[in-house]
Design a protein around this ligand. Structure first.
Ligand code: KIV
Ligand code: ZN
Length: 511
């Protein structure tokens, strides 16, 4: 392998990714995503499966008219009608690729295709040749390839190459293989199949056992020069190989793999966030590279190490993947060094007893609040205990009739009672409208998630909100036995922060 080996990134977010439950996209959404993928620098975009739906045909044709620099690929079964539908949408493409697939494993041959080995061989050759009559760039995939008898798999691949396939993809369709098996399989196929030296071998790994990225990297070690992957690892069942993880593994461990991609890695986080917004699927916080916690440090020992040298607890720079910086999250596990560092950055270089006093207040605040932000620290500096602000006294929410209604009672920062009510498109909408009217704070909701924490009788609902307000982003959390009440607490958590942020501004405006 030479030091400059280029691994082609074949993105299938818009085809295999879109097949994951709840991730379907309109043609317009796919076009937005395709533009982002082209900017990211992927080599090939699989835009859809034209024979499967009108929406897939529209999306593929729309993208083909627009993107001229990236190879655009569409999927077909080994059926003349599928190949013709694919060829039609590719007519507008500047760099078209036709992707044909057929199952090869014994289970699929017997139960899905009802074909003998000879029939699989003949069907492969006939359809690859037919695809080649439309375009020069034809990829052939052996579906369930890794559960196929190896000698038969080699025969099918040989037949596809002889019929004109230019890329041969061996999918681990069920996410069943291990890295060592994958590496060996690619090594033997590339060494043994006639004509292998003239084509690109590709891996397409699913994540059923959480090994999709490891298996794709192993395929590269075995000689694959194309990897099929998706943004955020979305895809059928447990998903596909996550592009951001594969790309960064190759970059960070470049000396080990001696191979790299042409991805502009600084666009990985923005592209991940765009997909998450388009399909409405949040990225798990601890997801490698693109999860919100991927570069966040809370424990005192780690923060101390990071303040001395970031290499102690980071193997890559957050800026290199598109995050603005590492994050020192101040919370229950943080130590004096990190609190002192943050206070210094805020203009309060405290030491000795002064630092002890603020640190003690910080620790007691952490008993009631998960994350302590800059506004909280400023308040601690002023000697104020954070915790005042609007408090929920009671609430009634009803979802009968045409519109939901909510009535709330709050105590304001001076302890006075406020009662408000509002209507909304659902109980939570009505609740948030009543809270906005009572506090005079207008929060633009960006995401709202509820989930259960704890087990059995101790289980509670936790609501997490992300909002925009006064041109800043805020996150808030509320926990309660009742998820509607948890939502109100999360909303008030943010509103109180917004009001604390506004307070110094008001004071300086008056001065
Ligand atoms: O997982 C798979 O086998 C596929 C093929 C159609 C390439 O997605
Ligand atoms: Zn797949």
């Amino acid at each position: 392998m030479s030091a400059t080996d280029h691994i082609r990134i074949f993105d299938t977010t818009l085809r295999d990714g879109e097949q994951s439950p709840g991730c379907s996209m309109s043609p317009q959404q796919k076009a937005v995503m395709a533009r982002a993928l082209a900017e990211l620098g992927v080599d090939i975009i699989e835009t859809g499966f034209p024979a499967s739906s009108l929406s897939d045909r529209e999306a593929a044709a729309l993208i083909a008219r627009e993107l001229r620099e990236t190879t655009l690929c569409v999927l077909s079964r080994c059926l003349p009608g599928d190949i013709e539908a694919s060829a039609r949408v590719l007519q507008a493409a500047a760099k078209p690729r036709l992707h044909v697939f057929l199952s090869t494993s014994p289970l699929h041959r017997e139960h899905k295709l009802r074909m003998s080995k000879d029939e699989v061989l003949e069907t492969t050759a006939r359809n690859v040749a037919y695809a080649r009559s439309f375009v020069d760039d034809v990829e052939f995939s052996t579906e369930d390839g890794t559960r196929t008898e190896e000698d038969f798999l080699a025969e099918v691949i040989g037949a596809a190459i002889a019929a004109g396939a230019t890329t041969v993809n061996v999918p681990d369709t069920l996410g069943y293989t291990t890295p060592a098996e994958m590496r060996g399989l690619f090594q033997r196929l590339i060494a043994g199949v006639p004509g292998a030296e003239g084509v690109v071998f590709s891996a397409h790994c699913h994540n059923d056992l959480g090994m999709a990225v490891a298996n794709s990297l192993a395929a590269i070690e075995g000689g694959a020069r194309q990897v099929e992957c998706t943004i955020n690892g979305i895809g059928e069942r447990a998903g596909n190989c996550a592009m951001e993880e594969l790309v960064m593994a190759l970059k960070v461990r470049g000396a080990y793999f001696e191979a790299d991609t042409r991805i502009d890695t600084r666009r990985l986080v923005p592209t991940s966030q765009l997909l998450s917004r388009l399909v409405g699927m949040p990225v798990q916080r601890n997801k490698a590279i693109v999860g919100a916690n991927a570069f966040a440090h809370e424990s005192g020992i780690h923060q101390h190490g990071m303040l001395r040298h970031r290499g102690t607890y980071e193997i890559m720079n957050p800026e290199d993947v598109g995050w603005p910086s590492s994050q020192m999250v101040l919370g229950r596990h943080s130590g004096r060094a990190a609190v002192a560092h943050r206070l210094r950055a805020l203009g309060h270089p405290l030491e000795n007893e002064a630092l002890d006093r603020v640190f003690a207040d910080f620790k007691s605040l952490c008993e009631t609040q998960r994350v302590v932000d800059d506004v909280d620290l400023q308040r601690l500096m002023q000697g104020d205990r954070v915790g005042d602000g609007y408090r929920l006294a009671s609430m009634t929410v009803s979802d009968r009739g045409q519109r939901a209604s909510a009535q709330i009672e709050l105590s304001d920062p001076d302890g006075l009672r406020i009662i408000e009510s509002a209507l909304g498109d659902g109980p939570v909408d009505a609740l948030f409208a009543a809270l906005a009217a009572a506090t005079d704070v207008d929060l633009k909701l960006e995401s709202y998630q509820v989930h259960s924490v704890g087990i059995g009788n101790d289980a509670r609902g936790e609501a997490n909100l992300s909002v925009r307000c006064d041109e800043a982003e805020y996150q808030g959390t509320g926990t309660s036995k009742d998820i509607i009440e948890a939502s109100a607490l999360a909303w008030l958590d943010i509103a109180n922060r917004v009001l604390r942020t506004r307070q110094p501004q008001r004071m300086s405006a008056m001065a």
